[in-house]
Design a protein around this ligand. Structure first.
Ligand SMILES: [Cu+2]
Length: 176
């Protein structure tokens, strides 16, 4: 049984490496970073110049004494409402993994900054090929503490962890 789990872990590591090979880190705004832009269209222009994929990572580089990064709803993005962010990243550089296909909305919560254009909306489309992103959902994930000797993938993405859980779950299901 332990052999099967180790094999599943190794398979997951391999898949994680293959998956992460195409992941890209994007520094929001390029060399200008995350700040009040020179015009309100700067970040939408920047976003339109890139094609984002599941597994990519946004990197916000900013002056943390003046700015932050808040993950907000579309409604709050449109209205520049800074009162109810989903999460706030206040240390720079801040990384935000694009783990799922979705629309993502960000703004700076400092008063007036969003309305001056410090806001970002991006879309990560569903992958056009490869495995589905929906989990099997039929089995709880097994405890990760029984393997012992296999270290987690240094690529460190939650995608890798998801693959580990998925493959282990499938193999456990086949045996169970
Ligand atoms: Cu700001």
């Amino acid at each position: 049984m332990a052999d099967v789990i180790i094999a599943a872990c190794l398979l997951g590591v391999v898949v994680a490496f293959l998956s992460s090979a195409k992941a890209t880190n994007y520094t929001v705004g390029g060399s200008g970073g995350w700040k009040i832009p020179s015009s309100t269209g700067v970040y939408s222009d920047w976003a339109s110049q890139h094609t984002f994929e599941v597994g990519d990572v946004l990197v916000f580089d900013f002056d943390s004494s003046t700015h932050d990064v808040a993950d907000v709803t579309k409604e709050d993005y449109d209205a520049c409402n800074t009162d109810s962010p989903i999460s706030v990243l206040s240390a720079s550089p801040a990384t935000y993994p694009l783990d799922i296909a979705s629309e993502y909305y960000f703004l700076c919560t400092t008063a007036g900054h969003c309305s001056q254009g410090q806001k970002l909306a991006i879309t990560v489309p569903e992958p056009t090929s490869g495995p589905t992103s929906s989990p099997p959902g039929s089995l709880p994930p097994p405890s990760p503490t029984t393997g012992g000797t296999t270290s987690p993938p240094s690529v460190g993405s939650s995608l890798g962890v998801a693959w580990l859980v998925l493959f282990t779950s499938i193999l456990m299901g086949l045996l169970g």
